[in-house]
Design a protein around this ligand. Sequence first.
Ligand SMILES: [Zn+2]
Length: 95
Amino acid sequence: MNGFIDAEGARMQDFKTDEARWLAVASRDHAADGAFWYGVRTTGVFCRPSCPSRAAKRENVTFYTGIAEAEARGFRACLRCRPLEAARVVPDFPM
Ligand SMILES: [Zn+2]
């Protein structure tokens, strides 16, 4: 009954609901990066949760757990937060 786990489950643990995702977007929570992306219907772009651009209205936002899903719906990657690069580049934090 409780088998709603996928390959990204470990990173999605805190962002399973749209409410939690919206809160992360509203607060530009970097911890949510990689857990989900959101598309803005009015602009046709999708972003990382921590995108620095102006916040969209809640009713125009749709959440996706994969970039491919967002692209399939016709969204293009945001030029400000560059969600494609964020997904494909492994963070390399200087020690
Ligand atoms: Zn963005």
